[in-house]
Write a protein that binds this ligand. Structure first.
Ligand code: FAD
Length: 308
């Protein structure tokens, strides 16, 4: 069995990086297990609300977070990059975390494993993934220059993706299954572009094509009729699912599989396990919130370790 750590941090997004900075400054013997250091906004071209930076690309933000965590953590944190947590088990004095590469023992655990993209449920969506259907407008958008494309999603991510695509695509059609949920200012700005159109109460039914996508069928739920639109690219922005599979047997989850936490201190239902960021049932999910909540958790973990 390996060293017994004071703390195991699971995740390397904004919450994981903030936790690492605080745990190393508090000299907690820590292990940080993360699949990668790419927080979800890594794909954003420009982030304008990361406090302290007027504007920063998502990729640069991720790199800065990793650099910051490792600058202070290099002597006190064991970084396990490219490793996935698979299970957490309660032991007599702490927890055992099984990963894709090893088993580690820690007195306390902070789960900051964030969320992953929700997949489109429509006929053909799986067949055409990476063949015209994609989950990243920033990464793949330029491949669709001068083409007609669709964006699926009612929220900010959908409208922001549409805004990016308008820079090079011939037309962009946004489909929302409900009312538009993005900020009114963003909706207004995006819809004012003459290359843009958007329909609400439009539910994707089928993605069609040959080798690559060539059309999309959606149901207009107000009219009860199916409509086919010719598009060569379909960009999906329909939210995310919390990465909690490995933790589902040890902490209480809500109906959406978020980890239930006490918002005052980020404690979960299990004594000795904390959680922060997008993986929790916190009402609002943002980079600054993820980082701040992780800091709150570390403060509480530090007090806990010094009183147990
Ligand atoms: C396209 C997009 C744009 C966004 N733009 C903004 C914005 O402009 N401003 C803003 O404030 N917020 C933005 N957000 C939201 C923001 O990205 C999230 O709130 C934030 O990333 C949450 O941070 P987190 O650390 O909780 O989780 P995540 O960023 O999801 O990081 C989770 C980490 O855990 C790791 N991980 C996952 N599962 C495991 C496992 N089993 N074992 C080990 N490691 C694991 C992942 O590799 C990752 O490193 C955006 C989100 C998206 C999707």
């Amino acid at each position: 069995m390996n060293t017994k750590y004071d703390l195991a941090i699971i995740g390397g997004g904004p919450a994981g990086a903030a936790a690492a900075v605080y745990s190393s400054r508090k000299r907690l013997k820590t292990i940080l297990i993360t699949k990668d250091w790419l927080g979800q906004s890594n794909v954003s071209e420009k982030i304008e609300n990361w406090v302290g930076s007027i504007a920063i690309s998502g990729f640069e933000l991720s790199q800065n977070l990793e650099k910051h965590a490792k600058a202070y953590g290099k002597d006190i944190i064991d970084f396990k990059d490219g490793e996935l947590a698979q299970k957490i088990q309660k032991k007599s004095s702490g927890f055992e975390i099984s990963t894709t590469k090893g088993i580690y023992s820690a007195k306390t655990v902070l789960i900051v494993s964030g969320s992953s993209r929700r997949k489109l449920q429509a006929k053909g969506a799986d067949i055409f993934e990476h063949k015209g259907l994609t989950y990243c407008a920033t990464c793949d958008g330029p491949l669709y220059a001068d083409q007609d494309v669709a964006v699926i999603g009612a929220g900010n991510a959908g409208f922001e993706s549409a805004a990016q695509l308008l820079a090079y695509c011939k037309t962009v059609t946004l489909l929302a299954r409900s009312e538009f949920k993005a900020d009114p200012g963003t909706v207004e700005k995006v819809l004012s572009n003459p290359k843009m159109r958007a329909f609400n109460f439009a539910v994707p039914k089928e993605i069609k094509g040959g080798t690559f996508v060539n059309s999309l069928i959606y149901t207009d739920t107000k009219l009860g009729s199916d409509i086919e639109i010719p598009v060569t690219g379909v960009f999906i922005e329909i939210g995310s699912i919390p990465n909690t599979d490995f933790a589902k047997d040890i902490v209480t989850l809500d109906a959406y599989k978020h980890i239930v936490v006490d918002a005052r201190n980020q404690r979960t239902s299990t004594d000795g396990i904390w959680s922060a960021g997008d993986v929790t049932d916190g009402l609002y999910h943002q980079n600054n919130i993820a980082a701040g909540d992780a800091v709150k958790a570390i403060e509480d973990i530090y007090s806990y370790l010094h009183s147990h």
